[in-house]
Design a protein around this ligand. Structure first.
Ligand code: IDP
Ligand code: MG
Length: 153
């Protein structure tokens, strides 16, 4: 099923000069980029984005970290895009993330694990609406989809 999902390259990814390499991984997989922006997140947006973790002991640190510098917000589209990107990102705790995943290749600490991605259809819809205005998500045809996406049956 074609899905859209939100990815954040967190401030550590920017500071460590990994934006291009991370973006290339999703692109090369065949996922279609439909939204992209660099922004300095304020407290309100950070708290709304991580609202589900409000009561966790690491919440304050998480909000502090995600607002500590600019981040890149991406929207991707593709067959099973939500699960594909979660798998590419790897386990939340980088020491449990398989080599070859973004966290397994670039991160060591759970609090600085480089990327975020929506974890299901409902969160993807809510997070895309939180981070992008409708007109910032761009629909367009891609020639290579003939080779990447199977025709609908
Ligand atoms: P996810 O990013 O893989 O979906 P979540 O459980 O939704 O993982 O947690 C959101 C973010 O909160 C994680 O990516 C991580 O940066 C941070 N986090 C999760 N657990 C801990 C923890 O035990 N200590 C510090 N930060 C944590
Ligand atoms: Mg999560």
């Amino acid at each position: 099923m074609t899905e859209r999902t939100l990815v954040l390259i967190k401030p550590d990814g920017i500071q460590r000069l990994l934006v291009g390499r991370i973006l290339a991984r999703y692109e090369e997989r065949g996922l279609k980029l439909v939204g992209l922006k660099l922004l300095q997140v304020d407290r309100g947006l950070a708290e709304r984005h991580y609202a589900v973790h409000r009561d966790k002991p690491f919440f304050a640190g998480l909000v502090e970290f995600i607002t500590s510098g600019p981040l890149v917000a991406l929207a991707f589209e593709g067959p099973n895009a939500i699960a594909v990107i979660r798998a590419m990102n790897g386990a939340t705790r980088p020491w449990e993330a398989a080599p070859g995943t973004i966290r397994g290749d670039f991160a060591l600490e759970v609090a600085q694990n480089i990327v975020h991605a929506s974890d299901g259809p409902d969160t993807a819809a809510a997070e895309l609406a939180l981070w992008f205005r409708p007109e910032e998500l761009v629909a367009y045809p891609r020639e290579i989809d003939r080779w990447v996406v199977a025709p609908a049956d």
